[in-house]
Ligand binder design. Structure first.
Ligand code: PRP
Ligand code: MN
Ligand code: MG
Length: 179
């Protein structure tokens, strides 16, 4: 599996340091707000687990799984809810936890859904940001790393459902996906 990686972009330690920093900022901003922290499955599962351990204020967690209808229709912004939240968001301060913002379509859809359900506030924490690929105007409130337009995997991020369990984030060798 490690042989498929061309270059390590961020080591396990670099990621942990960044996640700790983000957790400190979030703890400061969410004092007394009892946020509902939402993990966007599947990609955000590792980031979510590490991030909430670095947040020192009381919070609740929930999970949501979404999927686009495939590459060709993704640009139309059609996103489908595969697994919805267990609890209502009305009147809650929401913190969405995402691994990466690419086109921005997944998050813009989710933000829209949560606002229509009358969340008090919707805030986004994203570990990675790939602004080169953005098609909608969207930015994270808490951002880890801004990355180049390369195929990255690891720390939750997959290629064909693989590589999510790598503890670091790296660029996939092009021969892995070119045939
Ligand atoms: C990936 C990633 C983000 C989304 C970003 O999820 O985890 O959720 O794409 O892309 P966007 O900004 O263009 O919407 P994916 O749909 O691959 O599902 P997964 O999390 O289960 O891997
Ligand atoms: Mn995802
Ligand atoms: Mg994926």
């Amino acid at each position: 599996m490690q042989n498929d990686i061309q270059e390590v972009l961020y080591s396990e330690q670099q990621i942990q340091d960044k996640v700790k920093e983000m957790g400190e900022l979030i703890s400061r901003d969410f004092e007394g707000r009892n946020p509902l922290v939402i993990c966007v499955l599947k990609g955000a599962f590792i980031f979510m687990a590490d991030l909430v351990k670095q947040i020192t204020v009381p919070l609740e967690i929930d999970f949501m799984a979404v999927s686009s209808y495939g590459a060709s229709t993704k640009s139309s912004g059609v996103v489908k809810i595969i697994k919805d939240l267990d609890v209502p968001v009305e009147g809650r301060h929401i913190l969405i936890v995402e691994d990466i913002i690419d086109s921005g379509l997944t998050l813009s859809y989710l933000i829209d859904v949560l606002e229509r359900r009358n969340a008090l506030s919707v805030t986004v924490a994203a570990l990675f940001d790939k602004p080169a690929r953005r098609t909608v105007d969207l930015d994270a409130d808490y951002k880890g790393f801004v990355i180049p337009d390369a195929f990255v995997v690891g720390y939750g991020l997959d290629y064909g459902e693989k590589y999510r369990n790598l503890p670091f984030v790296g660029i996939l060798k092009s021969e892995v996906y070119s045939h």
